[in-house]
Ligand binder design. Structure first.
Ligand SMILES: N[C@@H]1[C@@H](O)[C@H](O)[C@@H](COP(=O)(O)O)O[C@@H]1O
Length: 325
């Protein structure tokens, strides 16, 4: 498992959006080769979705051959309710990009047969050969999708009763009124997520720092269901500095050093995804500029390149030149 730490929510969103964009492009989706994604709702992925919409509008990515499966949906909330996950997904992503309506899968929390609805969802995923990349967020109690503490780590898509902590956490979307939050949801299982060929979890904010620490510093445990990511062969967590508050300093340093070494190993002639991420990093402030310079230096394994100290240094041109070499 890798942990990528970025300064704040915006930098996390930028990193993840570029990552997703590059994964889709590298996959080269076509009518016979669909890129199948799992997607979350909540505040965590909003920044990612908005940046993906920007990429789409700039012609940098297409969703024509992308198929999506959403993680969860409330039971009993009308599909057009402002807080339904259907509404959320169409407002924040789907209606702004060229995804085909038939390629969007969101559980129907108003189905007459909820168990059958969940079964069909799993079948639909399997029919497409499984999920290539599952994006996720977590709740402050470490739940992934709606797999509340105590959920089986082998669970599949099913009906779930929400934990009281989750109901309170989600009351902010229902005018702060706990009584208006649905108490049941349909959710993919932990195993549904972990079956994906790659899992990327976004964790931001100090209120999730305990969950992050439990997830990566302690053992795999059904009380913190996202900890199942430890068993995944290709797991990636992207978090902000606030979310690292409960981690040991050495844990944070360790994962940062891994990223640093990784950059220096891949070298200037094989920038690939990392090069694209680097090129596209948003230069929001001086700290970001300095960090980008440091990353580029480690990438090039070159400590004495004076140009890199120049604040007007043209990174894009430089990386493009390197890629041509
Ligand atoms: N079922 C959703 C989860 O899928 C989501 O990860 C979580 C966190 O939401 P937020 O990103 O708003 O903190 O909220 C809900 O519980």
């Amino acid at each position: 498992m890798r942990l990528i730490v970025r300064q704040d929510y915006d930098e996390v969103s930028t990193y993840v959006a570029y990552y997703v964009k590059e994964r889709i492009k590298q996959f080269k989706p076509s009518p016979d080769r669909l890129f199948v994604m799992g997607l979350p709702t909540g505040s965590s992925p909003i920044g990612v979705y908005h940046k993906l919409v920007d990429f789409y509008k700039a012609g940098e990515v297409s969703f024509e051959h992308v198929v999506t499966f959403n993680m969860d949906e409330y039971v009993g909330l009308p599909r057009d309710h402002p807080q339904s996950y259907h509404t959320f997904m169409w407002n924040h992503l789907f209606k702004h990009v060229n995804i085909k309506q038939e390629n969007v899968h969101i559980l129907d929390g108003n189905s007459d047969d909820l168990d059958e609805e969940c079964r069909k969802f799993e079948v639909a995923i399997a029919k497409l050969g499984g999920i290539e990349l599952f994006l996720g967020g977590i709740g402050p109690d470490g739940h992934i999708a709606f797999n509340e503490p105590g959920s089986s780590l082998t669970s599949r898509t099913r009906v779930k009763t929400l934990a009281y902590e989750t109901i309170i956490a989600n009351a902010r979307f229902f005018g702060g009124d706990v009584s208006k939050v649905p108490k049941l949801a349909l959710t993919v299982g932990v195993a549904t997520v972990m079956d994906a060929r790659e899992v990327l979890v976004v964790i931001t904010g100090a209120h999730k720092s305990l969950a992050l620490a439990k997830c990566i510093e302690e053992g795999v445990n059904h009380m913190w269901t996202v900890s199942a990511i430890q068993m995944h062969p290709k797991g990636l967590i992207v978090c902000d500095e606030d979310a690292t508050l409960e981690l040991h300093v050495k844990t944070v340093k360790y994962f940062k050093s891994i990223e640093h070494v990784h950059h220096s190993i891949i070298g200037p002639h094989n920038l690939g995804l990392q090069g694209n991420l680097l090129r596209n990093m948003v230069d929001t402030n001086q700290t970001a500029k300095r960090r980008r310079r440091m990353m580029l230096q480690s990438l090039l394994n070159n400590d004495d390149d004076q140009d890199l100290e120049d604040p007007n240094f043209d990174f894009e041109k430089y990386i493009a030149q390197l890629e041509k070499q």
